[in-house]
Design a protein. Sequence first.
Length: 62
Amino acid sequence: MAKFKMTLEYDGSRYAGWQLQKNDRSIQGELLDAAAKVFGDQPIEVYGAGRTDAGVHATAQV
């Protein structure tokens, strides 16, 4: 399995925070959706070194 390190910057105004949510948009969910478009049916796991709350922005989040 390949591993990638990403450093993210985002405006969290329209998101329910970092962590995946069942009924809300999250940064982790958006990242998983984008990765699925790139990697297809391969299993994908996404881990963050930190989390943000709803409406919080990030600069250089790993």
